[in-house]
Ligand binder design. Structure first.
Ligand code: UD1
Ligand code: UDP
Length: 363
């Protein structure tokens, strides 16, 4: 059986790493049939610290091709990916195309495969923000509607699909990102030196990430976020996404020079990120993955958006969704505390659940 995995953006490398590991382990055990995985890297993310570092550190198999399609507006980028993916699927003849999450790479892979009648398996299916102005919402709705196997990380995701009439091929498998947090959390504990390198004391800094289009492309929202970071009483470590750095350079260059509490660093590796997350006093983010990782590592989160797909983190008291008003952000950080356990993300075996289900279903 041949699986063609299509990935291109940072969070997809992290999710795919766990399923690739499950495939390698299964083949090492000599189980039949052998599962061959070929990885296509769309090139959506291309900086060393947005791509190569994850392949190296997480031992993700080398992609068979990099499509270098990582620039341009959404239509141009997605179109370029689709044309190249079509050629790859035709020549490689996979039994399944496997896609992750909600990026342009996800949609490009899913649409092309569906039109070539190759079944699509979607990891992280069913998430919804109910905000169609988000490019990710469009990408995931369309991907889910052409997928044959839909792997949901939460029961809320299963319910969302059911409300859209999708019930066949839907499985609650848990969250492959939880698998990654367990495996790499342990490795990071004895290999990452990031706290020492940045001279940080556990519990005495905040960790922040900002990259969501609704925040970076709106100067008022971006200014509010940075202003809020600057008045927090402890250091705020901000590993800066290249999208946000480029926009700050253009619109608010002064924010990039040293400020009172804000410390901007380049994007960090996954092992370093995990260590930064574990010891943060509170995490402030507009990232999807980071909201959950905060919970995985027992750290409260303040989400700099108007809504979240990860509603269970809010219901359990770990996450406050506050938008970008500086006063609301500061109040939320002061109130942030641990919540109750969430029984949604599995036991660290989500990747093997995914593989088992793909293998059991004839394409
Ligand atoms: C993309 C995804 C988003 C995901 C995020 C993860 C879409 C529509 N968006 O957003 O869902 O949360 O990845 O990080 O697919 N850039 C670089 N170097 C890189 C990568 C990007 O300089 O290695 C810059 C480029 O100027 C690029 C911009 O960042 O134009 C935006 O990159 P893009 O992949 O379009 O969107 P993200 O904001 O990264
Ligand atoms: N991440 C990382 N280094 C960083 C910032 C984030 O390794 O400097 C990881 C983070 O731990 C999480 C993933 O990247 O696993 C989240 O990706 P991102 O926020 O880019 O995308 P999203 O989850 O919002 O789609």
């Amino acid at each position: 059986m041949k699986i063609l995995t299509i990935i291109g953006a940072r969070p997809q490398f992290i999710k795919a790493a766990m399923v690739s590991r499950a495939i390698v382990e299964r083949n090492r055990r000599g189980e039949n049939p052998t599962v061959a995985e070929e990885i296509i890297h769309t090139g959506q993310h291309y900086d060393i610290n947005m791509s190569d570092v994850f392949f190296r550190q997480m031992q993700i198999p080398e992609p068979v091709v990099n499509l270098n399609a990582g620039t341009g507006m959404h239509g141009e980028m997605t179109g370029r990916m689709m044309a190249a993916i079509e050629r790859e699927i035709i020549s490689r003849k996979p039994d399944w195309v496997l896609v992750y999450g909600d990026t342009n790479s996800t949609l490009a892979g899913a649409l092309v495969a569906a039109k070539l009648h190759v079944p699509v398996a979607h990891v992280e299916a069913g998430l919804r923000s109910f905000n169609k102005r988000m490019p990710e919402e469009v990408n995931r709705i369309l991907t889910d509607h052409v997928s044959s196997l839909l792997f949901c990380p939460t029961h809320a995701a299963v319910d969302n699909l059911s409300k859209e009439g999708i019930t066949s091929g839907v499985h609650h498998v848990g969250d492959v990102m939880y698998d990654a947090a367990l495996v790499f959390g342990e490795i990071a504990a004895h290999s990452s030196t990031i706290l020492h390198d940045l001279d940080l004391t556990p519990g005495q800094y905040y960790l922040a990430t900002v990259h969501r289009a609704e925040n970076t492309d709106n100067p008022d929202r971006l200014r509010n976020i940075i202003n809020a970071f600057n008045v927090l009483e402890d250091t705020v470590i901000l590993p800066l996404h290249p999208r946000t750095r480029k926009i700050l350079q253009r619109v608010f260059p002064s924010f990039l020079s040293p400020h009172s509490s804000l410390r901007i660093v380049d994007p960090v590796s996954f092992l370093d990120m995990v260590e930064l997350e574990k010891s943060a006093r509170c995490i402030l983010t507009d990232s999807g993955g980071v909201q959950k990782e905060a919970y995985f590592h027992g750290v409260p989160c303040v989400t700099l958006r108007e809504e979240t797909e990860w509603v269970e983190t809010v219901e359990a008291g770990w996450n406050q969704v506050v938008g970008t008003d500086p006063e609301k952000i500061i109040v939320a950080v002061r109130q942030a505390r641990a919540g109750t356990p969430i029984d949604e993300y599995g036991q660290g075996n989500s990747a093997s659940n995914v593989l088992q289900l793909i293998k059991n279903i004839k394409s």
